[in-house]
Design a protein around this ligand. Structure first.
Ligand code: PLP
Length: 385
């Protein structure tokens, strides 16, 4: 079966957060991380069937839904989990907030690397917990973003209880390797930190690299790891708010569930239907999507090198549909507004922990024609500085 990722689908005048931001303006939105593609046909069919049933009571996942998740983790990543380890959540950001609330007390801290997906920093702050950040280091010789181990050792404090890891990483698009994850596990155990691993992008690896779930590292760290996954990024389902925490240790799981009690909503019935269909039947579509995203990534890298002087993607985009641009050389005080004024909506690196004016994130999960038009506009924006 072939899938059409090329034909643009009009999302203006819909509930799309991404497109509503620029309603009434000719701005192509390449900011928030959803894609402008339809979900796999099998997911849409499963949703039709669920809607046709017509009864929408309080929902719980059926056995087949749980099995679809468990089987996908084993088939794709070799991770064998027990169904009882799963905690369903109406979104992964919710999970980050619940983890901060469950596993730290007032005055204690969560550590993470920056730049990073903004809720890694806002979730602890929402719970009145401290956030401690340690920057990733760009190794220009190796041409990749690295965990700066010295910076981590300097940053960690006796009050730190949790490490928030993003793997694959948003926004630098790194896939952390087994040796790096092993060293991180050793760091967490030595400092008595729980490791909270956000693996929402794990099925969006563009290069031939394995995703190593932190939960497969074995030994003590497997028991001290809380992993978050969701079908939302891969199959373009974030509007359903259906995500999962995987918590092997029973007492940590109970602590997490207690912290969520009464304030975290249930996942809805459509979310379960979409999730099951995506994990069970979505593999051919996912493979086609990855091919398309690789094409977009290569087009973007080529165009950047040729036509966007002063803008650099400093390391390989190994995963996700997000590119992290260094724009410091442009010397713009407010690069986001500059590009918006030329018809392209990007994410401000400032929200990810970068210095103002230094980085932008671009979402290339869109038809190639949209990307090409955005890049042409960006080229004009540079000429019009
Ligand atoms: C690393 C990461 N975690 C979580 C999320 C959001 O998850 P959810 O929509 O399930 O809250 C995103 C969305 O961009 C993300 O990139």
């Amino acid at each position: 079966m072939t899938y059409d990722f090329d034909t643009p689908i009009d999302r203006r005048e819909t509930d799309s957060q991404k497109w509503q931001k620029y309603a009434g303006r000719d701005v192509l939105p390449l900011w928030v991380a959803d894609m402008d593609f339809r979900s796999p046909p099998e997911v849409i069919a499963a949703l039709h069937a669920r809607v046709d049933h017509g009864v929408f009571g309080y929902a719980r996942p059926v056995k087949a839904t749980v099995e679809a998740v468990v089987e996908a983790l084993e088939a794709r990543h070799g991770w064998i989990i027990e169904p009882s380890w799963l905690v369903w959540l109406p979104g992964l950001v919710v999970g980050l907030n619940v983890a901060a609330r469950a596993f730290t007390r007032a005055g204690e801290a969560v550590l993470c690397n920056t730049p990073v997906y903004p809720p890694f920093m806002t979730a602890p702050a929402h719970q009145d917990r401290q956030v401690i950040t340690a920057p990733l280091a760009l190794d220009s010789a190796a041409h990749r973003w690295e965990i700066d181990w010295d910076a981590l050792e300097r940053a960690v404090t006796p009050q730190t209880r949790l490490f928030f890891l993003c793997n694959p990483h948003n926004p630098v698009a790194r896939v952390f390797r087994r040796d790096e994850l092993g060293r991180l596990a050793e760091f967490c155990l030595r400092h008595r930190l729980l490791l909270c691993s956000d693996e929402i992008h794990c099925d969006l690896i563009l290069d031939d690299l394995p995703h190593v779930p932190t939960g497969t590292l074995g030994g003590e760290i497997a028991r001290r790891t809380i992993t978050f996954i969701a079908p939302s990024k891969t199959y373009n389902l974030p509007g359903f708010g259906t995500s999962l925490a995987i918590i092997p240790d029973a007492s940590l799981r109970a602590q997490f569930i207690r912290a969520a009690a009464g304030i975290v909503a249930e996942v809805n019935c459509l979310g379960y239907a979409a999730c099951e269909a995506a994990y069970r039947h979505g593999e051919p579509w996912r493979r086609a999507l990855l091919d398309y995203l690789c094409g977009n990534r290569d087009f973007l890298l080529d165009d950047t090198a040729r036509a966007l002087p002063g803008m650099r993607i400093e390391a390989p985009v190994e995963a996700t549909y997000l590119a992290w641009f260094n724009v410091e050389a442009l010397g713009l005080k407010d690069p986001v507004t500059h590009f918006e004024n030329h018809g392209v909506g990007l994410s401000d690196g400032r929200h990810f922990g970068a210095r103002p004016g230094t980085y932008l994130r671009l979402n290339f999960g869109c038809p190639r024609a949209t990307l090409a038009e955005a890049l042409a506009r960006m080229q004009r924006a540079l000429a019009g500085r």
